[in-house]
Design a protein. Structure first.
Length: 119
């Protein structure tokens, strides 16, 4: 199982970024995927989660109305569109999947992508 994030960078307050997480090594379309973030000195927190078919989506209160999670099961990719970015959105963003490997349930994280919101 591999999760590879991309799309992070430096953006000014009010700007936008689109993160991607390309997945491999498991049957992507069967699993819930989520985005998490960790700011310096803080615990990792859930940002958004999307069900296997995209029919159920939830967001942290801090990003509701600004961030949109989506997925393309044909491309084995989950996205996080981030608009109206604020300095407090600065963090490393991680993709996460909990996968039944056949020999047990395991948690998988990507390597993370840095998002910095600053003028």
């Amino acid at each position: 199982v591999q999760l590879v994030e991309s799309g992070g960078g430096l953006v000014q307050p009010g700007g936008s970024l689109r993160l991607s997480c390309a997945a491999s090594g498991f049957t992507f379309r069967r699993y819930t995927l989520s985005w998490h973030r960790q700011a310096p000195g803080k615990e990792r927190e859930l940002v958004a989660v999307i069900s296997s078919d995209g029919g159920s989506i939830n967001y942290a209160d801090s990003v509701k109305g600004r961030f949109t999670i989506s997925r393309d099961n044909a491309k084995n990719t989950v996205y996080l569109q981030m608009n109206s970015l604020k300095p407090e959105d600065t963090a490393v963003y991680y993709c996460f999947a909990r996968v039944d490997t056949g020999s047990g349930i395991r948690d998988y994280w990507g390597q993370g992508t840095q998002v910095t919101v600053s003028s």
